[in-house]
Design a protein around this ligand. Structure first.
Ligand code: NDP
Length: 482
């Protein structure tokens, strides 16, 4: 059985405790590899290695750091199929999706930040004959990056790449649920010639290895993506220690569909935004609000299209949905389907486990599920489910849909569907979310800001915002001596 190892000080090493956790293949429900159960001692070793590597790494020119990171990007590209197979096996997502989205994006994350540092600028404030000020951005030192299981390598690299590019050394922990591609990344970093200690990857549980990272006094900044409850906990620990914090948390995203939309595109994209990656993307729309005059037509077309989504083995080319990531998560999502029924909802499609045959008979497969008839403020419509479950709700006015869309504690992403330019931008300005897509979904430009408001997070990732998060800004003032 394959054994994952920690990546500390440039080497692949066993956890100090010698203990390993089981790693499950969610499509078969079987253990297929072992994960180091790292604790404080491993994080301590990783932090020491990072501290030691920092002076040399931070003193490199942007061009020198860029070169090593671009090598990592190239190796990710060369290993596209291997990484996509590993991601699909570890997470349960369709191989096709991992190959088209997850791995290319991980490659792009490294390439983007590796080249962005070559073009960064800093403000300069001229005070005329008396002097001037400029902003000096310096790397922080050792930083911690903690990521979730839904887009494993994609989100892991989205943090690590800007941290490294800015000149920091990193102690990172991927989700224990999906650690495999982070392990393969350590092998790639060794091959790319990443200096020892610059990037350290410690595997293990949140309350063990994760907690040790957020607690560690030498780790000066934490970039975290995960659930809102975990984010709250991290803020409570890291806040009083005055660590810099970037928190990308949960969502309950609305799709707002007006009667004057491009109907076919709105239906097609809403199906994708509901069920891509089994609905396990923080940006998936889970509450679909449809203007009453087209509600029945939309519902019929939407459900018709959902019926065409094949739930099947992740490796099969025509599987549009694979397995949910774990047994616990499947049970959680199914619990919400039961709750929706108790709250008076009607399941108009799905709602059940999918029983596949043969080797996949113990996999965690669930039908794409569509629910209607719920109040906008019931628990099903307020709490994050993070699975292939969406609700349909009619609305009459712009004011009403904004009230419903903005009623949750979350504010991550939203979509607005209308051909009326004024309405599109008016609603986009009023909806409470960090990202708004007009007549599209998940169209990404890595230069743009990414993140949520309210309980969906603190701070923004993406572009220079991410690079700057991983620096301390210093104002330097000079006065001429006349
Ligand atoms: P969790 O919050 O459970 O875990 C996220 C990471 O934090 C994991 O690596 C986890 O480790 C670790 N962790 C857990 N407890 C601690 C702790 N006490 N100290 C330090 N680290 C800890 O989230 P999930 O992995 O379940 O991911 C799903 C969530 O992520 C959803 O809420 C989703 O909305 C959100 N998300 C947000 C995104 C955004 O950009 N806003 C993007 C993608 C997902 P372990 O897994 O080993 O327990």
């Amino acid at each position: 059985m394959k054994k994952i190892l920690n990546y500390i000080n440039g080497e692949l090493v066993e956890p100090a405790s010698g203990q390993y956790l089981d790693n499950f293949d969610p499509s078969r429900g079987t253990v297929y590899s072992k994960i180091p159960q790292s604790e404080f001692q491993d994080v301590e070793m990783a932090t020491k290695a990072a501290e030691k590597a920092f002076p040399e790494w931070s003193a490199k020119t942007a061009k020198e750091r860029s070169k090593i990171m671009l090598k990592v990007a190239d190796l990710i590209e060369e290993n596209l199929e291997k990484l996509a197979h590993a991601e699909s096996l570890d997470n349960g997502k369709p191989y096709k999706l991992a190959k088209a989205v997850d791995i290319p994006r991980a490659r792009d994350n490294f390439a983007f930040f590796a080249t962005a540092i070559l073009h960064d600028e800093a403000p300069f404030y001229n005070m005329g004959t008396s002097g001037f000020n400029y902003t000096l951005r310096q790397p922080i030192g050792v930083v911690g990056c903690i990521s979730p299981w839904n887009l494993p390598l994609y989100l892991f690299s989205w943090k690590i790449a800007p941290a490294l590019a800015s000149g920091n050394c990193v102690v990172a922990k991927p989700s224990e649920v999906t650690p495999m591609t982070a392990f393969l990344l350590s092998e790639i970093c060794i091959e790319a010639g990443m200096p020892a200690g610059v990037l350290n990857i410690v595997h293990g549980l949140g309350p063990g290895a994760g907690q040790a990272i957020i607690d560690h006094p030498k780790i000066k900044a934490i970039s975290f993506t995960g659930g809102t409850k975990t984010g709250e906990h991290i803020a409570r620990i890291a806040g009083p220690k005055f660590k810099k914090l970037s928190l990308e948390l949960g969502g309950k995203n609305p799709n707002i569909i007006f009667a004057d939309c491009d109907f076919d595109k709105a239906v097609k994209t809403s199906v994708t935004s509901s069920f891509a990656n089994q609905g396990q993307i923080c940006l998936c729309g889970s509450r679909i609000f449809v203007e009453r005059s087209i509600y029945d037509k939309f519902k019929t077309a939407f459900v018709e299209r959902v019926k065409g989504l094949k739930v099947g083995p992740p490796e099969e080319n025509d599987s549009r949905m694979g397995a949910l990531v774990s047994k616990d998560h499947l049970e959680k999502v199914m619990g919400y389907i039961e709750l929706a029924k108790e709250e008076g909802g009607s399941i108009i499609h799905g709602g059940n486990k999918v029983e596949l045959e043969g080797e996949y008979s113990n996999g965690y497969f669930l039908e794409p599920t569509v629910i209607e008839g719920l109040k906008y403020d019931c628990r099903t419509n307020q709490e994050e489910i993070f699975g292939p479950v969406v609700t349909l709700t009619p609305f009459d006015t712009e004011e009403e849909v904004l009230m419903m869309a903005n009623s949750t504690q979350y504010g991550l992403a939203s979509t607005v569907w209308t051909e009326n330019l004024n309405k599109a931008h008016r609603v986009a300005g009023l909806v409470e979310s960090g990202i708004v897509w007009i007549n599209c979904w998940l169209v990404r430009d890595l230069r743009t800001l990414f993140g949520g408001m309210k309980s969906s997070g603190v701070g923004r990732e993406g572009g220079y915002e991410a690079l700057h998060f991983f620096t301390e800004a210093k104002n330097i003032c000079f006065q001429y001596d006349h």
